[in-house]
Design a protein around this ligand. Structure first.
Ligand SMILES: NC(=O)C1=CN([C@@H]2O[C@H](COP(=O)(O)OP(=O)(O)OC[C@H]3O[C@@H](n4cnc5c(N)ncnc54)[C@H](O)[C@@H]3O)[C@@H](O)[C@H]2O)C=CC1
Ligand SMILES: O=C([O-])CC(=O)C(=O)O
Length: 328
C-alpha cells in the first residue's frame, strides 16, 4: 500500500457529494490499492446529514478508505490536503442562469481560497465543480497567492463527456473510439464544444459528420444546454454525471492523459488562442506528473473563432463583475 492521499470535498452532504464520496472511497480516483483520507467540509446545518453519509461510507467497508473527517471549519478540514474538490455552492434552480450565482457563491470561494493558501499541502491540486465554476476557480486562485495558479482548475469535463456522448450517438461508434474532443471557454451556455479537431475511429470528426447544420443547431446547443435540460427533467441539477466528471478530471490531471489524446480543463489562460490572459478558460490539455499543458497549434476556423471569442467575452464580463464586488 502506498502513502494515503488526503482529499478534501466541500459540499459533501449535497447531491454530487452523495455520488462522489462513494466513488472516491471505492478507488475510482487512485485505484483500490491507494488509501484515501476524506476530509469533508460542510456548513454547520448540514453536518448532521453528513454524519449519515459517513455512516453509509462505514457500511460500505471500502478497503481503500483510510479515514473520514468532517467539519465546518475550512482551516481544519483543508489542513495538509493533497487534492481539494470544491463542490459546495448553491446550485442553479429552474430559470436561473449560472451568472445569477456569481455573488451568491463568491463569498464561499474567497474564504476557501484563503484557507487553502494557509493550510493545504505543498503539492495541492484544486478542482472547482461548484458553479459558476470558472469564475469561482478564479476567485479561489486570486485569494491563494502562495499556491501556483496552475494548481487550480474548473470542471468542464462534464461538458467534454456530454460532447463525447452526443458525437458517439450521431456517428454510431463507441465513445471509446472518439479522441481529441475539445470544450473551449466557460462552463455555461456559451461554451464551445469543438469537433473540428476531434477524431472518430481515427478520422476527422467534422468530416465524418459532414453536417454543419447538425453541429451548429443540434450538437452545440444540446451539449451547452444539457445542464438546463437535466434540471427541467429531474427537477434538480445533474449530480451523478457531475460526480463522475469530477473524478475523471482529477484522475487524468494527477495520473496523466493517454498517449495521443487530450482532455478539456478550464485553467488560467496564458493568452493561448487569443484568450485574455488570466481568465479561467477551458482548453484542450495534456497532463503528466500532475501538471497540465495546453495543446497548441490546433486549427481554428472562422466559425470556431467566433464561438471561442464569445465564451471568452462572457468570462471577461464575469471577471469584471467579481472584481467590482471586490472578490478578486
Ligand atoms: N461544473 C459542473 O459541471 C457542474 C457543477 N455543478 C454545481 O455543483 C455545485 C453543487 O451541486 P449539488 O451537489 O447538486 O448541490 P447541493 O445543493 O445538493 O449541495 C451543495 C452543498 O454545498 C454545501 N455548501 C454550501 N456552502 C458551503 C460552504 N461554504 N462550504 C461547504 N459546503 C457548502 C451545501 O450545504 C450543500 O450540502 C452547484 O454549484 C452546482 O451548480 C453541478 C453540476 C455540474
Ligand atoms: O446546469 C447546472 O446548473 C448544473 C451544471 O452545471 C450542469 O449540469 O452542467
Amino acid at each position: 500500500m502506498s502513502r494515503p492521499i488526503k482529499i478534501a470535498v466541500t459540499g459533501a452532504a449535497g447531491q454530487i457529494g452523495y455520488s462522489l464520496l462513494f466513488r472516491i472511497a471505492s478507488g475510482a480516483l487512485f485505484g483500490a490499492d491507494t488509501p484515501v483520507q476524506l476530509r469533508l467540509l460542510e456548513i454547520t446545518p448540514a453536518l448532521k446529514a453528513l454524519e449519515g453519509v459517513v455512516m453509509e461510507l462505514d457500511d460500505c467497508a471500502f478497503p481503500a478508505l483510510d479515514s473520514v473527517e468532517i467539519g465546518d471549519d475550512a482551516d481544519h478540514i483543508f489542513d495538509g490536503v493533497n487534492l481539494a474538490l470544491l463542490v459546495g455552492a448553491r446550485p442553479r434552480s429552474k430559470g436561473m442562469e449560472r451568472g445569477d450565482l456569481l455573488s451568491a457563491n463568491g463569498a464561499i470561494f474567497t474564504a476557501q481560497g484563503k484557507a487553502l493558501n494557509r493550510v493545504a499541502a505543498d503539492d495541492v491540486r484544486i478542482g472547482v465543480t461548484g458553479n459558476p465554476a470558472n469564475t469561482n476557480a478564479l476567485i479561489a486562485m486570486s485569494n491563494a497567492p502562495d499556491i501556483p495558479a496552475a494548481r487550480f482548475s474548473a470542471l468542464t469535463r462534464l461538458d467534454h463527456n456530454r460532447a463525447l456522448g452526443q458525437l458517439a450517438r450521431k456517428t454510431q461508434v463507441p465513445v471509446g473510439e472518439i479522441r481529441r474532443m475539445t470544450v473551449w471557454g466557460n462552463h455555461s451556455a456559451t461554451q464551445y464544444p469543438d469537433i473540428f479537431n476531434a477524431e472518430v475511429a481515427g478520422r476527422n470528426a467534422a468530416e465524418v459528420v459532414n453536417d454543419q447544420d447538425w453541429i451548429e443547431n443540434e450538437f452545440i446547443p444540446t451539449v451547452a444546454q444539457r445542464g438546463a435540460a437535466i434540471i427541467e427533467a429531474r427537477g434538480a441539477s445533474s449530480a451523478a454525471s457531475a460526480a463522475s466528471a469530477t473524478i475523471d478530471a482529477a484522475r487524468d490531471w494527477l495520473l496523466g492523459t493517454p498517449e495521443g489524446d487530450w482532455v478539456s480543463m478550464a485553467v488560467a489562460s496564458d493568452g493561448s488562442y487569443g484568450v485574455p490572459e488570466g481568465l479561467v478558460y477551458s482548453y484542450p490539455v495534456t497532463t503528466s506528473g500532475g501538471n497540465w499543458e495546453i495543446v497548441e497549434g490546433l486549427e481554428v476556423n472562422d466559425f470556431s473563432r467566433r464561438k471561442m471569442d464569445a465564451t471568452a467575452a462572457e468570462l471577461f464580463d464575469e471577471r469584471a463583475a467579481v472584481a467590482d464586488l471586490g472578490l478578486i
